[in-house]
Design a protein around this ligand. Structure first.
Ligand code: SAM
Length: 256
């Protein structure tokens, strides 16, 4: 236990990731699996390797931050986004939308495609993540079959170009609509005045105290009646306490 506390401090110093806000049990299990996979002898040896080996550092960061994602992830939620959320926030204005913990950009590009289909114009499509290597992948906009699996054949045809046998590249006109930025949800200042914030499949790794703190930050960042969407396994237990009400599934609206 003492060792793990020291490891958390060392990881913060070496990678800038504050593991004290993440669920201990889950993170320890993942780190132990990594140590086994690379046949390291101790937490100290892991830290030494991270300090010396840049490639190991990058791979470990990707592993630790778990950046699995795909286009139109959770189809039911994207139906509500298309039919209710985007039309409402685009009525008479150009909305500001933020995908927080955006990973490879599949979520924000899915939103950009739906906006384009409905001829809505965003004022800002912001996608942020802690991990710079996934942000680079998001900017490149190149995807494998499993990452575009939720995309309809019509959208694939209209918004992607096939590259080789197994890759799809998102069109430049969609790519250029999105602003990508490095942002740590635990440490960095939150921008304001958003009409829609998505933070899906990120909360699940944080302790419940941290989750509450972040929800409060997101609510502050929303415009009145703005929407906040979390992952399907991340329902907010007492939304009213945060000034939110549930619209459907894991979609919430600011009540003020
Ligand atoms: C499982 S992915 C979710 C991607 C996307 N939102 C989705 O639902 O498909 C989780 C992402 O959260 C990011 N993340 C983890 N901790 C973070 C933090 N403290 N600040 C910002 N992003 C973080 C990871 O780097 C990873 O890309």
């Amino acid at each position: 236990m003492v060792d793990y506390e020291k490891l958390k401090r060392d990881i913060d110093k070496t990678l800038g990731i504050d593991l004290t806000s993440y669920k201990d049990q889950q993170m320890r299990r993942r780190i132990n699996q990594w140590i086994e996979r690379y046949q390291l002898q101790s937490y100290n040896q892991l830290v030494d390797t991270l300090k010396m080996d840049q490639e190991h550092r990058q791979k470990f960061t990707e592993y630790l931050t778990i950046n699995t994602s795909n286009f139109f992830r959770d189809a039911r939620v994207f139906e509500v986004i298309k039919d209710e959320v985007l039309p409402r926030i685009s009525r008479g204005k150009r909305p500001r939308i933020w995908s927080a913990g955006a990973s490879i950009g599949a979520e924000i590009y899915s939103i950009a495609i739906l906006m384009n289909e409905a001829r809505f114009t965003p004022s800002l499509l912001l996608a942020t993540d802690l991990d710079e290597s996934v942000l680079a992948k998001a900017k490149a906009g190149e995807y494998l079959a499993n990452q575009i699996a939720g995309t309809s054949p019509q959208y694939l045809e209209k918004y992607f170009a096939k590259k080789g046998n197994d890759r799809w590249v998102i069109h430049e006109n969609i790519k250029k609509e999105v602003v990508f930025k490095k942002h740590d949800l635990l440490r960095d200042r939150y921008e304001r005045n958003f009409d829609l914030i998505l933070c899906r499949n990120v909360f699940i790794y944080f302790t419940s105290e941290t989750q509450h703190r972040l929800i409060a930050n997101f609510v502050e960042s929303l415009n009145p009646s703005g929407y906040f969407i979390v992952g399907s396994a991340e329902q907010i237990m007492d939304p009213a306490k945060h000034g939110l009400e549930r619209v459907s599934y894991c979609i919430y609206q600011k009540t003020l």
